[in-house]
Ligand binder design. Structure first.
Ligand code: ATR
Length: 287
């Protein structure tokens, strides 16, 4: 096959979402396929909610290798799939589907991708970490589950609505010690926390002057991680850096969730560095 040319053997992948026009997944995965010389291609499918079921049947009918799933379909797609992996079940959401001979399995690589990014970019030993997660939504669920699987001995979950924090803590407590809190209780536990992770949308563009945690709680030696990658450096991360804490941004999570999906589909190690390079390049060129 001539390099880069599609033919009758090409395996097709894609991402389902609404809207989808700004997704960086196609450039990232196509770059990865090219790097490994795979006869595969990845595109973006604009799928409205009323067409989601039809789109999933289309994966089977057309023999796609698999898809990523993004907003607003991550939860709604679940009943249409044949199997749901345990991590996706706990997260309550699917972001990756693998098609094995017409049998569709849903995974959630957001949590695994986040933890791989955190470990590789900070070198932290999670088995001795005491973690505070801010937020108790879908993103927090996936992250908390994977941190528990990695052997984090204690996870605090603080949320604006403390009931949701308690509910999530009860689920995660099956895997490791997990305690739910209201935002006003953070001061009681902050002295023992070694990693803070923001999973809320506070600080995301355009609200770049907001932060989910008072700078009074930040100090040298703390790792401060933000799932947000727009902006690349949130106010939380700026304040963390200013007081000597170690900042960790959300772009790595995007790259590694893609890498984990790529590995599920192809069975080959993802070429992380070229994937990161092309996404960075595309973010720099967006203006
Ligand atoms: P996601 O799937 O991205 O996690 P989500 O399930 O809607 O999205 O969850 C959003 C999270 O951000 C929640 O923890 C939410 O807190 P509530 O449960 O109290 O709603 C949190 N969040 C969103 N906006 C917030 C704000 N302005 N202040 C504090 N927390 C906020």
């Amino acid at each position: 096959m001539k390099k880069g040319l599609l033919n009758s053997q090409t395996v097709l992948y894609g991402v389902l979402g609404d809207p989808i026009g700004h997704s960086r997944s196609p450039i990232m995965h196509n770059r990865a396929f090219r790097e490994l010389g795979l006869n595969a291609a990845y595109t973006a499918f604009h799928v409205s909610a009323d067409r989601l079921h039809g789109a999933v049947e289309g994966i089977r009918a057309l023999g796609l290798g698999g898809v990523n799933v993004t907003i607003p379909h991550k939860v709604e797609i679940m009943p249409y799939l044949d199997h749901i992996d345990e991590g996706a079940r706990v997260a309550g959401a699917v972001n990756t589907v693998v098609n094995r001979g017409g049998v569709l399995t849903g995974y959630n690589t957001d949590g695994i991708g986040y933890v791989r990014s955190l470990k590789e970019e900070t070198g932290v030993d999670l088995t001795t970490a005491r973690v505070l997660i801010l937020g108790a939504g879908g993103a927090a669920r996936g992250v908390a589950y994977e941190l528990a699987r990695e052997g984090v001995p204690c996870i605090y979950i603080a949320n604006r609505t403390s009931k949701r924090a308690n509910e999530l803590a009860a689920i995660i407590d099956k895997y490791t010690e997990a305690i739910g809190l209201g935002m006003d209780e953070i001061g009681d536990i902050m002295h023992e926390v070694t990693i803070v992770i923001n999973t809320t949308s506070v600080g995301m563009s355009p609200n770049v002057n907001e932060t989910p945690l008072s700078a009074d709680y930040l100090h040298r030696g703390l790792i401060v991680s933000d799932l947000i990658y727009n902006p690349r450096v949130t106010k939380l991360l700026q304040e963390a850096e200013a007081c000597g804490a170690r900042p960790h941004g959300g772009l790595g999570m995007f790259i590694f969730q893609g890498a984990c999906a790529f590995e599920l589909w192809t069975g080959k190690p993802a070429p992380i560095e070229v994937m990161r390079e092309i996404v960075l390049e595309s973010l720099q060129n967006r203006g």
